[in-house]
Design a protein. Structure first.
Length: 264
């Protein structure tokens, strides 16, 4: 098995989350940057070098990447190979033989959802299922079964996308921050909007989690991650755990699992 720091990169539609481990594969650095489809490999190499230098981190010896935003993922792979001499494992169903994707079209699954599958394993405990709620540009509900089964899920509009659509279609409504107001009953326009956007969204999440659990033949633990997760923490009643590093840690676990399989 190769050694040295591992770079884990999750390229989303809005932001790219980057993590760097130590040699024992524990995350020691985390960065979040805007996903920019206009950046070329050399631009991305400069960005990475700047992050490493700012944190006093050594460049990685190996890397794993999930991407739902082409061509950013491909350009990052070129940047890592050209400027850091790093070969990158790009996550897909084709290189994860131990994962069973129970979808009509297994290859259509997003790479980030495969990473979340590995990240959710630690939360299973005695439960046969986990449901990952990933709050991003879209909010994904991923149903994970024991034995690395991706059972299926739900794709919903992200909270910020919903808010942006409302503001675009209702010119007289002010743009507001997506934070929870003190009460559900709004006494002014700002608080009324925040109630609908935050409390209303939380109720949607809780409702879908109840519906998903009702369709399963066993208990399911719910784990939330992504940018909006902390906004609904304490508001959503159906979420059991919040984990900001779920996807990054899932990428690390995925990489380690594949290395063990290759060395066996």
């Amino acid at each position: 098995m190769s050694t040295g720091p591992l770079l884990a990169v999750d390229v989303g539609n809005t932001s790219t989350v980057i993590g760097l481990t130590d040699e024992r594969l524990s995350l020691v650095h985390r960065w979040r940057i805007r996903t920019n489809r206009d950046l070329l490999p050399d631009d991305l190499a400069l960005t990475l070098r700047g992050l490493f230098d700012l944190s006093g981190a050594a460049p990685p010896a190996r890397a794993v990447l999930s991407s739902v935003a082409p061509p950013v993922g491909q350009n990052l792979m070129v940047a890592l190979a050209r400027h850091f001499g790093v070969e990158v494992l790009e996550v897909s169903t084709s290189n994860l033989a131990d994962v069973r994707v129970e979808l009509d079209e297994p290859t259509a699954i997003g790479a980030d959802r495969l990473a979340n599958l590995f990240g959710a394993e630690r939360y299973l405990g005695e439960a046969p299922y986990a449901i990952v709620v990933d709050f991003g540009t879209s909010t994904n509900f991923d149903v994970i079964g024991r034995g690395r089964r991706f059972v299926g899920g739900v794709l919903a509009t992200g909270a910020q996308v919903s808010a942006d659509a409302l503001f675009a279609r209702a010119a007289k409504l002010p743009r507001v921050n997506l934070t929870a107001p003190a009460s559900a009953i709004g006494k002014n326009t700002v608080h009324a909007l925040q109630s609908g956007l935050v409390f209303g969204y939380a109720e949607m999440v809780d409702g879908l989690l109840r519906r998903l659990r009702a369709e399963l033949d066993g208990a399911a633990v719910a784990v939330a991650t992504g940018g909006f997760a902390r906004t609904v923490e304490g508001i959503c009643r159906e979420i059991d755990h919040y984990d900001d590093d779920l996807t990054l840690r899932g990428l690390v676990e995925l990489w380690a699992s594949r290395e063990v399989a290759r060395g066996a």
